[in-house]
Ligand binder design. Structure first.
Ligand SMILES: [Fe+2]
Ligand SMILES: [Fe+2]
Length: 375
């Protein structure tokens, strides 16, 4: 009998998931990781569903040339076989400080869930669609995300845990988003994912002694996949100018930019040991990632957020403090816990509103959004 191929070589998401499931039969598993991945809070990665018929009806003719180039590049599959351990892989879980290990595992579980969230959504679009342009794109993106999630699970397995991908698909709650919200949110999460991975990769290139786990060595090729996925959503948004130019949609874009940036800020600040081990100042890192993402998003969004505004950082910090208060209050019962939770939520809401009302910086969007990863 042939051994199933590793998820890194899988040509489809289904093959990659099957390969991962086969491995799970052989290793010890942990309910904990899956439980963490199952959480649905404002700060944890969610699974999405949408109006697949509406998405299937997109006509990509207005961006045909750029579209065909992008799809050809993805079909050529330069990263086939990349997401697999090599001789270079030397993980030292035993030598890791337990508190750091806990934060790092949390980071891996949350990254795996986010990768898999993309996979599930893209795979479903591929399954439901009949528009060949759309189904081809989504099948290629689902393939990539399944490889990414599989690779993170490989890393987690060495620490004796894994995220049960099949279970998540069936049991995790799905949030419905209209297609245009999927474009804004997913475009941003792909591009911010690129910016996050490349910023860590470049930092560790300069400070190799801080590379406390081998997975960071894989981030460069990884972020190029995310970059292409973001390009695809940029092109999808380019097929209909209303999506980025109508008054209401501009408000929605601003909302999503603010929500995605502030969520990232709050979550990253909750992993101080992880960032300290990397030698990364988490505040610097946040601003750096926002800067890169904003620069890239000029390809399609008619404005960027003013991340140097005097109200920006203080209110992100307020949201972070409020989220700590809410988390602590959840652990307390009774009226005191409830009051603390509600005041925390009010503080977070006020801080969010304060950021949301910072005037944005207008941008002239180019005719063709196409970009190459340049960081
Ligand atoms: Fe990914
Ligand atoms: Fe992606």
């Amino acid at each position: 009998m042939n051994a199933p191929k590793h998820s890194a070589y899988a040509d489809t998401a289904e093959e990659a998931i099957a390969a991962q499931d086969a491995l799970d039969g052989q290793t010890m598993t942990s309910e904990m990781a899956t439980e963490v991945a199952m959480q649905n809070t404002l700060l944890t990665p969610r699974f999405y569903t949408t109006d697949f018929a509406e998405m299937d009806s997109i006509d990509v003719s207005p961006v045909r040339k750029d579209w065909d180039n992008l799809i050809a590049g993805m079909k050529a599959d330069p990263n086939k076989g990349h997401f697999k351990k090599t001789d270079e892989w030397e993980a030292n879980w035993e030598g890791m400080d337990p508190a750091l290990k806990a934060e790092f595992i949390d980071f891996l579980i949350s990254s795996c869930t986010a990768e898999f969230s993309g996979c599930v959504l893209y795979k479903e679009m591929k399954r439901r669609g009949s528009n060949t342009d759309i189904t081809t794109l989504f099948q290629l993106m689902a393939r990539d995300e399944a490889r990414h999630a599989g690779f993170i699970n490989d890393a987690l397995r060495e620490a004796g845990i894994r995220v049960n991908l099949g279970f998540l698909t069936q049991q995790k709650k799905y949030t419905y988003f209209r297609p245009k919200f999927i474009y804004y949110a997913t475009y941003l999460s792909e591009k911010i994912g690129y910016a996050r991975y490349i910023t860590i990769f470049r930092h560790l290139e300069a400070h190799p002694d801080k590379r406390f786990h081998p997975i960071f060595q894989w981030f460069r090729e990884w972020c190029n996949d995310e970059f292409s996925h973001g390009e695809a959503f940029a092109l999808l948004m380019k097929t209909d100018s209303k999506l980025t130019e109508s008054f209401i949609n501009k408000l929605w874009i601003k909302f999503f930019l603010t929500a995605v940036y502030s969520t990232m800020w709050v979550r990253d600040h909750q992993r101080p040991l992880f960032h300290k081990a990397l030698g990364v100042d988490v505040t610097w890192y946040g601003q750096e990632v926002f800067q890169k993402t904003s620069e890239i998003s000029k390809q399609v969004f008619p404005f960027t957020l003013d991340i140097n505004h005097r109200r920006w950082r203080p209110n992100l910090d307020r949201m972070e403090k409020a989220s700590v208060q809410i988390a602590k209050a959840k652990e307390r019962s009774g009226i005191i816990g409830l009051v603390s939770r509600l005041t925390g939520m009010a503080k977070a809401g006020i801080a969010f509103a304060s950021i949301l009302t910072i005037p944005s910086i207008p941008n002239d969007v180019p005719d063709s959004p196409v970009m190459v990863p340049s960081y």
